[in-house]
Unconditional design. Sequence first.
Length: 363
Amino acid sequence: MFVQDQILHFLRATGPTLPTKVAKNIKTEILIASAHLSDLASQGKIKISSLKIGGSPLYYLPGQESQLYNFAAGNLNPKDVQVLERLKEQKVLREKDLDLLAKVALRSLKDFAIPLQVRSQQTSELFWKWHLLSEEETNNIIGDILSPPAPPKEKASEMPETGDVVSPPAAEISLPEVQTTLRDQQATSIEENKSRKRTRRSAETRPIKKQSLPQDVLHAGQEEKEEKQEKEQEQKQEEKPVIAKLRNKTLDKKKETAPDPFLLRIQQFFEERQITVEQSEIIRKNKELDLCVQVPSVVGEITYFCKAKNKKRCDEKDLSAAYMEAQIKKLPLLFLYSDQLTPKVQEMLETDVFLNTLIKKIE
């Protein structure tokens, strides 16, 4: 059985795994196992996760994506785990309905959150879907979000039809009696109108007395002012935590924008050797950097993937992981270390294990 077939058989049995376990299974060095895994990934036979376990990604077969969730809880930020659980529960999240923390978390959860740009008649919106959700379910959920179903109309109270209403039998009244009652009503109404006119005239002739308004009406304006003042104070109290949050955010931004001392040290090291930096990424502040650099040579400038470690003793795991990243990027490796290398690394450097690799100490 070939080595790569043995690795594929091991992945089918175990699911997503690390290069160290693959190396133990095929009984070889971790560097050789990592090289085989990167070769299988370039062929499309296996996949590499964005989720990292101790700095190393997981390797898995297509169809094993659901097993990645088992590694999320202990290897992600707790806040990212909360957003991940929310996405798993709701299946689809709308970008404009999320807070800033959730938006940042979804962009880092590349194995689980898939972005979708949905275009409507007038606008275009960004949605995030659970990676195991089918296309049909995704379309149905997004359709419900964009055009929610109308609330059920309340059933109108059933009114009885006019034909079904049965009126009670009318009392038998003779015509003479009806005429007399009508005459009596007209007479009483005329007398009432005359009495009303008399009272109005008498009221107009009487002197108008000044009436004092009740105390409730007099103090109504003061109560309205007091209510307005209380509302303004409540609004100010509500605004205070918002202002505090904004201040904390600005302080955090200032802290983030503070220069990394290790990066400044690396830049000085490059300037002395006329090495230009094209890209730089701080993996851990003052501890680890990833860079893409142009190194001058006799034949011209050569592009290197540079891994810089600020560590007392760099071991074979640090060098193997950096070599694997360089192989994935298809670039030679420039490994920079600050203090010392372990004896095992020095023994490995005497062999031809690390091809196209430059190792330098930062002085």
